[in-house]
Ligand binder design. Structure first.
Ligand code: NAD
Length: 473
């Protein structure tokens, strides 16, 4: 595939192979973008904004509706690309492709709700005879940097609202999974987006990132990825808006009055979805001691039923991690925990990039897998007795994206909803639940700002006040 610069798809001699992590076969190649390409993208994005800022809301919305229709009509094709280049099974990939359709539709709908307000200028002395309002205008060039784990829908979460707002975009997709992102851009162009409205540059973030991030022509960076890259980018961004969707170490409390079958089913899926490479994946399960043994037995039994292997087979529940290096990292974190007292209840084995769904207990606080984001198919069980202590434990780490609780007691649910320190609390669902239009984001190292189309549109537009002094009225 090619990159899109200044309205044209262009190729480069130097390429990056895009491989299927299941069998290491090469699916395609993309150009290895250079700093000169980044400069071209920046200049072109500025002229692209001259076009997008003049487009009507109707036109912007129509493009997004049409792009959604194109993807919906070719859902299987999009799902196959997601599944081949990344970690997801074909069933997981289909779900992502249909969520992308929703994300684009909701972006189009929200484009029509970018509202302002009238301002009561006469509310203090000195404001007499003034009448006015504010409206929201597009922020300008948005730099969208995206991760590998949802290679289509998380790109749509940036392109959808950016186009809805009237911005131009420079997209830097994840180095390992650029194909779904490029296919999304193709759908947008086919739907009528002016080619100069969007630049797509592939390559290594470490090589081209700084040129893009630090440039003053970029008015907003919308970043989804890990904390380390997030910190690096924030340190170089200068004076521009930054939206950061980062990682987490999601806690789920299972209280003694929970529907156990529901809790087990949701948490197994939440722990092992996309081979655990999911920012809201379940990592810490804090289970009431009265039901701990029962929960553990069913959770381990359900985990053992998971079929792992070929992503393209309908019956496969979980595919490989994104690279063998990542699977080796998870293996070393599990070994570190075991050396420090943890017990492997099931899993704990690696075969290339495949890492078995793994359940641990007795994980001590100094184990890396306890306090860092594992981003892999492992989950830790901890017994808890007291709700305050369970919430304190859930809040004890420097992350806070989503948290969850299973309970049938409304008082317990309310307390958890208010005291868990995070961007969202799921009651009777695992942390792995997201509606694409809900406000989504985290506190502490989990991020800055919120996505979810209405909320992304607030971040990607700015209010402009208009005040008429009317001495003759
Ligand atoms: P990553 O941080 O390695 O990379 C993310 C993107 O940043 C990639 O496109 C990468 O090329 C780019 N990048 C890296 N260094 C850069 C630099 N110096 N300048 C500019 N760009 C740079 O993350 P990843 O491994 O692709 O994704 C996994 C991480 O993303 C996890 O931590 C996960 O929790 C997080 N994530 C968060 C959310 C969320 O919505 N909060 C969603 C998905 C993933």
């Amino acid at each position: 595939m090619k990159i899109l610069l200044d309205g044209r798809w262009v190729d480069r001699d130097e390429k990056i192979n895009v491989t299927d992590p299941f069998d290491n076969s090469i699916i395609d190649t993309v150009p290895k973008g250079t700093t000169q390409d980044a400069e071209t993208a920046l200049a072109a994005a500025v002229s692209g904004f001259e076009i997008t800022k003049k487009m009507t809301v109707y036109d912007r919305a129509q493009i997004l509706f049409k792009a959604a229709e194109i993807i919906s009509d070719r859902l299987e094709e999009y799902a196959a690309i997601i599944a081949r280049e990344g970690s997801k099974t074909i069933r997981e990939a289909r779900k992502e492709a249909s969520r992308c359709v929703n994300t684009l539709v909701a972006s189009a709908e929200e484009a029509k709700r970018i509202l302002g307000e009238t301002i009561p200028f006469d509310s203090f002395p000195g404001g007499e005879k003034r009448r006015g309002y504010y409206y929201r205008f597009p922020i300008g060039v948005v730099l969208a940097i995206t991760p590998f784990n949802d290679p289509l829908n998380l790109v749509a979460h940036k392109l959808g609202p950016a186009v809805a707002a009237g911005n131009s975009v420079i997209l830097k997709p994840a180095t390992v999974t650029p194909l779904s992102a490029i296919k999304l851009v193709e759908a947008m162009l086919e739907a009528g987006l002016p080619p100069k409205a969007i630049q797509v540059i592939t390559g290594y973030g470490s090589k081209i990132g700084d040129v893009l991030v630090s440039d003053e022509r970029v008015r907003m960076i919308s970043f989804t990825g890990g904390v380390e890259a997030g910190k690096h980018i924030a340190a170089r961004a200068g004076i521009k808006k930054i939206g950061m969707e980062l990682g987490s170490n999601s806690p789920v409390i299972v209280w003694k009055d929970a529907d156990l079958e529901l809790a087990v089913e949701s948490c197994v899926s939440g722990a092992f979805w996309a081979a655990g490479q999911n920012c809201i994946g379940v990592q810490r399960l804090l289970v009431h001691r009265d039901i701990y043994d029962q929960f553990k037995t069913s959770f381990v039994a359900r985990t053992k039923q998971y079929k792992i292997g070929d992503k393209m087979k309908e019956e496969t529940d979980m595919g490989p991690m994104i690279t063998e290096t990542e699977a080796k990292r998870v293996e070393s974190w599990v070994n570190d925990a075991v050396a420090k007292s943890a017990v492997v209840l099931t899993g704990g084995k690696r075969n290339g990039a495949l890492y078995d769904p793994t359940v641990l207990e007795n994980v001590p606080p100094d184990a890396t897998i306890h306090h860092e984001e594992v981003f892999g198919p492992t989950v830790n069980l901890y017994p808890v007795d007291d709700l305050d202590k369970a919430i304190k434990e859930a809040n004890s780490l420097p992350y806070g994206l989503l948290a969850a609780i299973f309970t049938s007691n409304v008082d317990v649910a309310f307390k958890a909803a208010y005291d868990l320190d995070c961007g969202g609390v799921m009651i009777n669902d695992s942390t792995d639940y997201r509606l694409d239009s809900m406000p989504f984001g985290g506190v502490k190292y989990s991020g800055l700002g919120r996505e979810g189309l209405k909320f992304s549109l607030q971040e990607m537009t700015e209010p402009k006040v208009v005040c008429f002094n009317l001495p003759n009225i």
